[in-house]
Design a protein around this ligand. Structure first.
Ligand code: ASP
Length: 324
């Protein structure tokens, strides 16, 4: 029997056209993915939603929450066997991860996109879309959290990241690799992901900035943030989780205000740990009350801190939440 797949088109290059005269890639009146979706009804019964048509740099956590609400509403109204979301690739990993934190469902949820727009030679969007529908129709894709399918690979929302500005193999899971592949003959999983902790978020009200550390970083931006009523902060720290000593005055100003600070590493492999005992080293930062995150990148740790704060979690709970 055909499966019912909820398809949510949100925009991105996959839904754009290239202007042949100027070379500019942009959205148009009619979403080409909506046109293609109607032709694909033979493989699955597609229930198509197009809540907006945005380039993904225009997507915010509010749009992510809207996608989550659409999925939950549709599941309540009708039998849905899987979900496919088409999305711009720039922030695709963030929407995928936020949905992974927020959605407490077992059916497959797959995000996909394209690096080439719909009328360019070698358009990868239709292939990625069909692969995603195939994954969403696969029983084995259930209970694996939110998945990202592009270029014949299946990645987890937690580990995947955009690694190349233009190449079609841009989505990679550093350190861990994909959890499955899509071939002409089937969908094959070779790893079982660990379940993500879920958060109950109904609105977006908190302000959580993200900073990147660098050699010679000072306290200027940190001091400025301490004047701006932020709710939490994520810093992409150095190596295993260290900061230049000149940031400490700013860090202390934020800690005194009881603002949770989470550090991740600006290295894209490995996890943060309190290893170094020098001034600004991990051990020192931990003593000051900084939370060490277990392998997430900056943009995803930011969403996790946002979700935890929106759920009403306190600063004292962050160590446990970010260890898992
Ligand atoms: N800038 C585009 C976007 O994220 C890139 C893409 O979709 O591939 O909307």
């Amino acid at each position: 029997m055909k499966k019912n797949i909820l398809v949510i088109h949100t925009g991105g290059t996959i839904s754009m056209f290239e202007d042949q005269a100027t070379g500019a890639v942009k959205p148009s009146e009619q979403n080409p993915m909506t046109m293609a979706s109607t032709q694909l009804q033979e493989d699955a019964c597609l229930i198509i939603e197009e809540p907006f048509n945005l380039p993904s740099p225009h997507i915010t956590p509010n749009e992510m929450l809207r996608i989550k609400n659409i999925i939950e509403e549709k599941i309540e109204q009708t039998q849905i066997d899987g979900v496919v979301i088409t999305h711009g690739t720039d922030t695709l990993e963030e929407t995928a991860y936020f949905l992974d934190l927020l959605l407490n469902i077992t059916i497959p949820v797959v995000l996909t996109g394209a690096m080439r727009s719909s009328n360019e030679i070698g358009f990868d969007g239709l292939h990625n879309f069909i692969s995603s529908i195939r994954v969403a129709c696969t029983d084995e894709a259930a209970n694996k959290g939110v998945l990202v399918v592009l270029n014949d690979e299946i990645h987890t929302a937690q580990n995947v990241t955009k690694t190349h500005t233009s190449n079609v193999s841009t989505f990679q899971s550093p350190q861990f690799g994909p959890i499955g592949i899509v071939t002409k003959q089937g969908v094959i999983f070779h790893h079982q992901p660990i379940a993500t902790k879920k958060f109950n978020v109904t609105s977006i009200t908190k302000n959580v900035p993200l900073l990147k550390a660098h050699a010679g970083m000072d306290s200027l931006l940190l001091q400025a943030l301490s004047q701006l009523n932020i709710d939490g902060l994520v810093i992409e720290a150095l190596g295993q989780g260290n900061l230049p000593p000149s940031t400490l005055a700013g860090i202390k100003a934020l800690i005194e205000q009881n603002i949770p600070i989470v550090i991740v590493s600006r290295c894209f492999n490995g996890i943060t740990q309190d290893v170094y005992g020098y001034e600004g080293g991990g051990k020192h930062l931990k003593e000051l009350g900084i939370v060490f995150s277990n392998g997430l990148n900056g943009q995803k740790a930011r969403l996790k801190l946002l979700a935890a704060l929106e759920e009403g979690r306190k600063k004292e709970e962050m160590n446990t939440l970010f260890h898992a």
